[in-house]
Design a protein around this ligand. Structure first.
Ligand code: FE
Ligand code: CA
Length: 505
């Protein structure tokens, strides 16, 4: 019986070594699996398998001819592929940048599987994916990870190298998988192209990120539930609106969104249900881990009204309390409300992008007026309050969030009473090394009694969930500006089911 650690070691080595050995017998001049392999959206009976053929990843078409090429895939119960349980062939088409998305079904629940691809006589490395328990199962324990905000230029994806070695059922990604900007100077790494806007630009940017070996390791080790935030398209976009710095007309912005969405789909292990329809994609969706936890993955960008008061960090203008302003549209809100009240799981997890707590961003204590992040839920106060009122009495809601590039833990209130907890994950790299306590940290803590934790290091979260208790572990790196940052568990916060409160372990 091979251990998990053994798999990680050989799996990662296979990604690098196997193609070189086999290439002499194939048509390829370079490894066609240079962007790695991935799995996603696990279910009790299967998951999505992904790869993209790209022997020269940052060239046009990834270095591929504009023909369709068959890609064979195999799923096995064992790492050595002695017991193959599913196999097939799927076309890698030029229209989709020679990406493939295989929806594997008919597998057993709650167990690991191994997968690999073959194309043109060359074989990929080996990935591992795990099915979810049956909906009727009563799991005693779940451990999953959460990460996002991975500006390539800001540093190294060391967090992913460590996530690959964690024992996780899956990883929830809260978005900012790529950043759209042109190259910076003086950063640890540089983007290889200027500000991106066309389909080809977005494809090359995704390809540059996907060449990162630590990111490839994490994808090969765990299935991901992918969502997106703003930088997959454009900073602070909202619905049909680009950011507010001289925005193009909506019909023009939708063309950029269409290109960004297509490239996103081509590079993510997501299901056919997420296939883009022009400038639209069905991104919000749910999953359930037996009766232990229901996950609702939100889309907080595509249907929102434009940020109030011209966006940014400001004191509230009347638009903040407009009844027309919304972060999610009526359909998504109704879907979320239905799921929150199903009572078919011990925990309700709202896995989303931007902070739900409305915290005061004043950088001095004794401030005169509250300063809001208008791109967060704080800018959409009527819907925020409506949602929190819905959570009252459930006493099992955990909100998971990204975007802030800092770690936070805190309480969400309906009027004067806490009704849910929120854990905000930092960034994998965005904003660079950071520090334990930023200069603005003490004022944030003084001005916001609902905040229980604040930290400005990079890293990721792991969450340990049992029927009665939730534990969020803040894993931090001392630096990301060099590839040798060291990891530590900075804090663990514990939530008891039935009590929307938390304590540090
Ligand atoms: Fe970000
Ligand atoms: Ca963001």
């Amino acid at each position: 019986m091979l251990t998990r650690r053994h798999f990680i070691a050989t799996g990662a080595a296979a990604l690098v070594a196997a193609p070189a050995i086999i290439r002499a017998q194939t048509k390829w001049s370079a490894n066609p699996f240079s962007l790695g392999i991935a799995s996603g959206d696990p279910a009790p009976d299967g998951f999505v398998l992904w790869t993209r053929l790209a022997p020269n990843p940052v060239e046009a078409h990834g270095g591929m001819d504009p023909d369709t090429m068959p890609v064979a895939w195999e799923v096995a119960a064992d790492e050595g592929f002695a017991a193959i349980v599913a196999r097939g062939e799927t076309p890698a088409r030029p229209e989709l940048a020679h990406s493939v998305h295989v929806e594997v079904a008919g597998l057993q629940p709650d167990r690991p599987y191994f997968y690999r691809f073959t194309a043109g006589g060359e074989r990929s490395g080996v990935g591992r994916a795990r099915t979810l328990p049956l909906l009727t199962a009563t799991p005693r324990q779940l451990r999953f990870g959460m990460a996002g905000c991975q500006d390539y230029q800001s540093g190294y994806f060391t967090a992913y190298r460590h996530m690959a070695e964690e024992d996780l059922a899956f990883i929830f990604h809260y978005g900012d998988y790529i950043y759209e900007y042109g190259p910076d100077t003086g950063t640890p790494r540089q983007h290889s192209s200027p500000l991106i806007s066309s389909l080809d630009d977005y494809r090359r940017r995704h390809a540059q990120y996907k060449t990162d070996p630590d990111l490839q390791r994490a994808h090969a080790a765990h299935p991901f539930f992918m969502t997106l935030d703003d930088h997959e398209v454009r900073n602070d976009w909202a619905g049909d609106w680009d950011d507010d710095d001289g925005p193009p007309p909506p019909e023009v912005f939708r063309l950029r969104r269409q290109s960004a969405f297509q490239a996103w789909y081509e590079h993510m292990p997501v299901r056919r249900a997420q296939f883009p329809n022009g400038p639209s994609m069905q991104l919000y969706r749910g999953a359930r881990y037996g009766n232990l936890a229901r996950f609702d993955f939100l889309d907080t960008r595509q249907y929102r009204t434009n940020q109030p008061c011209g966006d940014g960090y400001k004191t509230a203008c009347p638009e903040v309390t407009s009844a027309r302003a919304h972060m999610i549209d009526a359909e998504e809100e109704a879907w979320l409300n239905r799921n929150l009240t199903r009572r078919d799981a011990r925990w309700n997890v709202v896995a989303q992008q931007v902070m739900m707590m409305s915290i005061d961003r004043s950088e001095t204590p004794n401030r005169s007026a509250k300063v809001l992040n208008l791109d967060s839920w704080a800018g959409y106060e009527v819907q925020r309050r409506r949602l929190l009122a819905r959570m009252r009495g459930l006493d099992n809601v955990v909100v998971l969030t990204g975007d802030e590039h800092s770690n936070y833990a805190g309480l969400l209130h309906d009027r004067d009473r806490p009704v849910a907890v929120e854990f905000v994950g930092t960034s994998v790299t965005s904003d660079g090394d950071g520090e334990e306590m930023p200069t603005w940290g003490p004022a944030f803590i003084a001005n916001n009694p609902q905040l229980k934790f604040l930290n400005n290091r990079r890293g990721y979260l792991t969450c340990d969930v049992t029927p009665g208790e939730w534990r969020s572990n803040f894993m931090v790196l001392d630096k990301v500006s060099t590839p040798d940052g060291s990891l530590s568990k900075r804090a663990t916060f514990v939530v008891e089911r039935g009590r929307p409160d938390m304590r540090e372990a």
